[in-house]
Structure formats: C-alpha cells, structure tokens
Design a binder for this molecule. Structure first.
Ligand SMILES: NC(=O)c1ccc[n+]([C@@H]2O[C@H](COP(=O)([O-])OP(=O)(O)OC[C@H]3O[C@@H](n4cnc5c(N)ncnc54)[C@H](OP(=O)(O)O)[C@@H]3O)[C@@H](O)[C@H]2O)c1
Length: 262
C-alpha cells in the first residue's frame, strides 16, 4: 500500500530531540524523505541515523534558525541533498528567558523572538518558492497554549513570540489560499521533553508559585503527552488539506484529523 507522504520531502527544524525528532520519524514512517536541522551536531546525527533506519532518504545539518546566513547555508545544503522541500515543520523553539517580565533582558527577549518567530519566517521564505512552483506545500508551525490569553506568567518572551507565530500562521494561510500551500499550527500540550524538564526545574521565586506548581503537577500527575502525540497530528496535517487552523493535541479536532489520516 502506498504511504501517504511517499515522494514528499520534509524539513523539521529542531529535529534533534523531543517533538521534532518524533515528528521527523513519523513523517519518515509515512514515506517522506526527511531533513532535520538543529544546533547540536550529535543530536542531528542521531536523528538522521534513526530516519535512515526506516529505509527512507534523510539528511541533517547543524544550524541556528536565528542566524540568517548560517540558516540559509544549512537549508541550501539540505535541499541540495534531498531536493525541494514540500513539507516544512517549524518546530525549533525555546521557552527562555523566564522571570518577571520587567526584569527580562530585552536582548534575550529579542533572541527568543528571533528563534521562535523570525526563524520560522526565514524557513518559510526559503521553501515557499518551490512549494508555489509545485502547486503543493504544507507548513506546520509548532505553537503552545502559552500563546493564548492570558499567556504563561513569567514567560512573556515565549508567550509573545508564539502568539506572533499563531498570527503568522493565519496571515500566511489566508494569503496563500488557492495556491495549494496550506499553513497550520499545532499546540502540543505539555510534552515529556527537555523543554518541559527545563520549565519544571525553574524555582518558584523565578517562575512564580502558580506556574512552578503547574509544571510539578504535569509530572507527578503523569499529565505529560508523549512526543509521538504531536508528531502524529503534525503528520496528519502534512498529509491532509486543512489550512488556517491552530489545532491542539487532545482536542476533538485533533482526534478527528489523526483518525482520518490513519
Ligand atoms: N515540551 C512541551 O511541553 C511543549 C509544549 C508546547 C509547545 N512546545 C513547543 O514544541 C517545540 C519543540 O519543543 P520540545 O519540547 O521538543 O523542546 P526540546 O526538547 O528542547 O527541543 C527543541 C529542539 O529545537 C532545537 N532548537 C532550539 N533552538 C534552536 C535554534 N536557535 N536553531 C535551531 N534549532 C533550535 C533544539 O536543538 P538545539 O538546542 O541543538 O539547537 C531541539 O532540537 C518548541 O517550539 C516548543 O515551544 C513544547
């Protein structure tokens, strides 16, 4: 039986670990050739090895989505190896800096925006001409519930940059309607990854009592999603026709999309 993403090529940013790695594997299992990009060389190499074990073509590059020149160079190398990107998953992201908003260093705030919001735009700009020429493309941006009002207290850079990513998703989807290029976002819920460990390790005097307790409870009450849950939803969106939607893991909409794709 033909796999739904056979003959498609995907790029997953932040594919070295966590949700990005699980997504890269899910896309490969659905038949896609997959490229991954992250800063850690070792994690990228490990993911590529896992991807190749599926029998599909895979490539990896070390690069920082916030560094325009390095990113362009890495993306050129990946497309040189695997061909035009049909599916872009903007997953690379950081949840720092944390702490009372007025105490945040504006340079660190700007760096988080550069990674979480400008990085995805740079990746979209790189792959969009090829998608438009092919008349088919999928971009899935990985967002967070922290982007929804009232935001995650003491994580203003994270909330603000991801709220921007939500709006970027909807603006682009609207502008690209009728071109064959769909743009969506996935809110993964709390997921058992290194980012979640980082948030759980923040002391109450930095992150605030309420948020500190919430991250402790996610863990002690076993409420963390497995990385394969967002990975399967992202893969369903990559294989389907939905556009201009922000879909949360665990929602009825997510279940319907994953069931339809299965
Ligand atoms: N885990 C959760 O509970 C949760 C909840 C909601 C949303 N999310 C979102 O899910 C996405 C993935 O998070 P995760 O939980 O899987 O975190 P993670 O385990 O920390 O993985 C993040 C990935 O992004 C890469 N990355 C970070 N900064 C980068 C940069 N400047 N350039 C290129 N790659 C970069 C990391 O690799 P390097 O550090 O090696 O570059 C890593 O591969 C993020 O966008 C996050 O906001 C996560």
């Amino acid at each position: 039986m033909a796999l739904p993403l056979q003959a498609r090529t995907a790029l997953v940013t932040g594919g070295g670990r966590g949700i990005g790695r699980a997504t890269a594997v899910a896309l490969a299992e659905a038949g896609a050739s997959v490229a991954v990009l992250a800063r850690s060389v070792q994690e990228v190499e490990q993911t590529v090895e896992e991807l190749r074990a599926t029998g599909n073509r895979a490539a990896g590059a070390s690069g920082d989505v916030a560094d325009a020149a390095a990113l362009a160079d890495a993306l050129d190398r990946l497309t040189g190896e695997l061909g035009t990107i049909d599916i872009l998953v903007n997953n690379a992201g950081v949840s720092w800096p944390v702490g009372p908003t007025v105490g945040i260093d504006p340079e660190e705030f700007a760096q988080a925006v550069a990674i979480n919001l400008v990085g995805p735009l740079r990746c979209i700009r790189h792959v969009l001409p090829g998608m438009l020429q092919a008349g088919w493309g999928r971009t899935v941006n990985v967002t967070t519930g922290a982007a929804n009002p009232p935001g995650l207290p003491r994580a203003a850079a994270y909330s603000a940059s991801k709220a921007g990513l939500n709006q970027l998703t909807l603006n682009l989807a609207t502008e690209l309607a009728g071109t064959g290029v769909a743009v969506t976002a996935v809110d993964p819920g709390p997921v058992d990854t290194a980012m979640q460990d980082y948030m759980r390790d923040q002391p109450a005097d930095v992150i605030g009592d309420g948020v500190h307790q919430m991250f402790q409870r996610f863990h002690t009450e076993s409420r963390l999603n497995h990385p394969t849950q967002p990975a399967n939803l992202i893969t369903a969106l990559a294989a389907g026709d939905v556009t201009a939607e922000i879909v949360a893991v665990g929602s009825d909409r997510a279940s319907a999309l994953v069931d339809t794709a299965a």
